[in-house]
Write a protein that binds this ligand. Structure first.
Ligand code: AMP
Length: 174
């Protein structure tokens, strides 16, 4: 089996969670298996060597898990993008619309030096609203955004179309 097949087989789909009609893609079985977790990180960092990436940026909350492990492997720093109200220092914020209401995410204003080479990581690309907002924060900090990478992409929602010119790489598509 290919690495992608092994990861795909481990993802558990939970129907109607957290609300009716949503097929929730549960990645916790990957995290719980040392070999699969390592395989996922191997795949996320595969195009890069030490020195290629200055900061890995992870999106609240599952992006922290994959992003932090990837940062360690690349000997890069890790920067969290968090839900509004969680970061203690000065922040930039970006909002995006949800089906009902909106969400706001934030980054520390001094998290990333201008021109730093940044890799954006999250577990799943759905509508792309979260990732598009995260990219707007990174652009505001004048980061050199190498790529955004996701374990899972939900093709039908066309999230990648919202991410502009930044390259998008995903490991598994549904
Ligand atoms: P979006 O902004 O629509 O691209 O949503 C992406 C975020 O929502 C990611 O951080 C995911 O963790 C979460 N998410 C959205 N849809 C799902 C799903 N079907 N299964 C698991 N997580 C999801």
């Amino acid at each position: 089996m290919t690495p992608t097949d092994l990861l795909e087989n481990a993802i558990r789909t939970i129907p109607d969670f957290p609300e009716p009609g949503i097929q929730f893609r549960d990645i916790t079985p990957i995290l719980g298996d040392a070999k699969l977790f390592e395989l996922a990180i191997d795949q996320i960092i595969s195009p890069y060597s030490t020195g290629d990436v200055d900061q890995v940026v992870g999106i609240d909350a599952r992006g922290f898990i994959f992003g932090a492990a990837a940062a360690l492997r690349l000997q890069a720093g890790f920067t969290p993008i968090r839900k509004k109200g969680k970061l203690p220092f000065k922040t930039y914020e970006a909002s995006y619309d949800l089906e009902y209401g909106s969400n706001t995410i934030a980054i520390h204003t001094d998290a990333i030096q201008e021109g730093s080479k940044v890799l954006l990581v999250d577990d799943l690309l759905a509508t792309g609203g979260t990732a598009a907002a995260a990219l707007s924060l990174l652009k505001r900090l004048n980061a050199d955004i190498l790529e955004s990478v996701f374990l899972i992409e939900l093709d039908a929602l066309k999230g990648r179309a919202r991410l502009g010119a930044v390259p998008v790489r995903t490991l598994i598509s549904y």
